[in-house]
Design a protein around this ligand. Structure first.
Ligand SMILES: NC(=O)c1ccc[n+]([C@@H]2O[C@H](COP(=O)([O-])OP(=O)(O)OC[C@H]3O[C@@H](n4cnc5c(N)ncnc54)[C@H](OP(=O)(O)O)[C@@H]3O)[C@@H](O)[C@H]2O)c1
Length: 295
């Protein structure tokens, strides 16, 4: 028999985030459901293999949920909120999409009766239920109740926009560093001193720097397109506060990287493979001056 106070969680969108969180939450007794109306075969399969309850309509999902988590694609965060709408939903509505504070507020303008919470996933969800999530807004603590079921939610403020904004600031920093790593390590590779540069940087930047840098280079290459788009949003966001210089350059850097290496299918085993691809493209340029020891 179902427990009287069993928490009912509804997912809007059922991709990687929803399926990963569902697995952990179901095993801890949370009642998890979604609606697959209009969804692709991939989402249908994910929901089936995870074993969540599936409602035929969005209305039924909304009516039966205490908490709704919006985990669609960033471009659909507002339209999904508009579909949920004012109506009778007076539960907790959490937007976990990678969007700017402005977009979060636009989405929330549609949820007139719900208790809205701005949330941001801080890292890859592959790490499971314990992946750090930050939350802000008047009702963020209601969302953080899910910590008793193994989630890792930190309430960072009372205003909507603080969580999504903080995630953007973190992105500006991490992607900016990644771009700078490329810009310095590639010439070092051409000069035959990339290993030495990494060793010296490790001395100033601390342990694990080399390992973390190599991982960043590889994932930057794999996700160049997504990073370029993300930096465009971050650029707009920062422009509300200051005249950003590094972030627009990072945006341009990722566009250029994509242009040089194309969309690669998977993470390269060695970062030098990326540099070799860049090299191929560079050497074909009419203005290219051949320098370096490696090439
Ligand atoms: N994955 C991560 O590690 C991670 C980390 C941080 C933040 N995020 C954010 O979390 C969100 C979800 O990410 P994800 O990796 O789970 O994405 P995903 O695997 O691409 O899944 C997106 C889900 O949203 C559905 N969807 C798309 N448009 C919709 C709409 N209009 N109405 C309802 N559902 C819709 C998709 O359905 P279809 O199958 O029909 O396309 C799919 O089920 C994104 O905003 C992302 O930026 C993800």
């Amino acid at each position: 028999m179902a427990q009287r106070n069993q928490i009912k969680l509804g997912f809007l969108g059922f991709g990687e985030v929803a399926s990963t969180l569902s697995e952990g939450l179901l095993s801890r007794g949370v009642q998890v459901s979604t609606c697959l109306e209009g969804r692709s075969q991939r989402s249908v399969e994910l929901a089936k293999s995870t074993g969540v309850d599936v409602f035929d309509s969005l209305t039924e999902l909304v009516e039966s949920s205490d908490i709704l988590l919006s985990v669609v694609v960033p471009a659909e965060g507002v339209s999904v909120a508009a579909k949920v709408g004012g109506g009778g939903f007076d539960g907790v509505y959490v937007d976990l999409n990678n969007v700017s504070p402005g977009t979060v507020k636009e989405a929330f303008s549609h949820i007139t009766n719900g208790k809205t919470v701005d949330g941001a996933i801080m890292g890859g969800i592959k790490n499971g239920l314990g992946t750090p999530i930050i939350a802000s807004g008047e009702f963020a603590a209601d969302f953080a109740e899910l910590n008793q079921y193994g989630m890792n939610i930190e309430v960072i403020g009372t205003e909507p926009g603080q969580a999504s904004g903080l995630k953007m600031l973190r992105s500006a920093y991490t992607k900016g560093v990644s771009a700078l790593l490329f810009e310095t390590l590639y010439p070092a590779y051409k000069m035959g001193v990339d290993e030495v540069l990494l060793r010296y940087l490790n001395q100033t930047e601390g342990p694990h720097f080399k390992e973390a840098s190599i991982s960043r280079l590889k994932s930057s290459a794999l996700h160049a397109q997504r990073r370029a788009q993300e930096m465009s949003e971050v650029h707009q966001f920062l422009s509300q506060y200051e005249d950003p210089v590094i972030t627009p350059a990072t945006e341009e850097f990722f566009h250029n990287l994509l242009d040089k290496i194309g969309q690669i299918p998977e993470k390269p085993a060695d970062y030098r493979e990326i540099f070799d691809k860049i090299d191929e493209k560079m050497t074909r340029r009419p203005d290219f001056q051949k320098v370096g020891i490696n090439k």
